[in-house]
Design a protein around this ligand. Sequence first.
Ligand SMILES: Cc1ncc(COP(=O)(O)O)c(C=O)c1O
Length: 432
Amino acid sequence: MDEPVTSVPDLAAQATHLSPVLGRYFERSWSHGIGHRLYDTAGRGYLDFANGIAVTALGHAHPRVTAAIHAQADRLIGPTGAIGYAEPVVTLARMLAQTLPDPIDTVMFLNSGSEAIDGALKLARRVTGRPGIVAFRGGFHGRTFGATSVTTSNINYRTGYEPLLPGVYFSPFPGAYRTFGGDEDRATTECLRILESLFETVIAPSSVAAILIEPVQGEGGYNPAPAAFLQGLRALCDEHGILLIADEVQTGYGRTGRMWGFEHAGIVPDIVAVAKAIANGLPLSAIATRRELQERWGRSAHGSTYGGNPVACAAGIAVLETIAAEDLIASAARRGAELTAGLGRLKAEDDRIGDVRGPGLMIGVELVRDRATGEPDGNLATALVARAAELGLLVLSCGLSHQVVRWIPPIDVTSAEISEGIEIFGEALRTT
Ligand SMILES: Cc1ncc(COP(=O)(O)O)c(C=O)c1O
């Protein structure tokens, strides 16, 4: 492929009309992406383990996805949701439903993760007739008002927007490393106990419409929820007629070495929110549930002009076909094990790495001042992200003080690329 040329090498200097509100990890200027490399406007390639924050899970300019986009763009671009049916939309709904466990069989398409969360919350309230929503401390669910109301990963996401949605209650997330000395059993028992006490003292479970959780907290610091905790939530929801919403926006699509993050706990949520990797970069999201729930939600109870755009859905079909054809879920699990092992070796050599955690290819490396105190070191993580980029590797940070370097390689990453990433990160550690 001919590499596109750009006449504007330093786009940052030209961006005076772009809003300063959007936070950026880098001030670099990007030209194009090929496979697992992103190229800057000077023509330098970077191993892209950031993927627009877990979006381009099949890398850049994936031939199958790009061909599907081109073909559909020639045929029909305009959204058809409100006026009827278009083939890629119907087909993707069927294919997506097939990736989900019974009885989940019905999909509503929207455009972004935040919209999927807002829709899920509206569905839960309307269908149950209950006002309450329980979410977890440190969770990130998006930027719209509904999603902001259930987000607590950083106060900056909420400040100045109050009053947010009423009826939202927060319970602690069982992040084992930071709060429970790595003891998952204690994290599970304690956090379930606090949730039950919320039901005894603050809001009756009969008034709760939904419990919303990320199977692995993303923005909040790549904290996996122990399987037993998710099972406990499922049991509580069953006992009290509460709908369990899994926010799979970041954990879905093979990211954790399973198609869905909740599969690690062997549970089935009532509502699954999907976005990011679903169309490998085009805006698309979905809410998936059993049919009966969306029938009870009711015709025109929710809607979207652009949701289920045919071009995005055509890309989505190509993504699922590629995952199946290349057995990418199993591959992500294998590459994830290699990445965890490599990062574990770096941890053994460097006292500033407090923890390496996470399933599959969703791995957090938590930086600390030293292991004895476990005090988070956001400055170090930020410096490492910058240094790794200088050395040609794109990784991002997350966590309250940005103390966690998050690894989100494409799910079709190769062993050689995993080794290259570890090598560069090791060099970044040695020189930071
Ligand atoms: C777990 C989770 N939920 C929801 C969202 C919001 O998605 P979007 O930015 O597409 O609105 C994100 C985005 O990072 C996310 O990580």
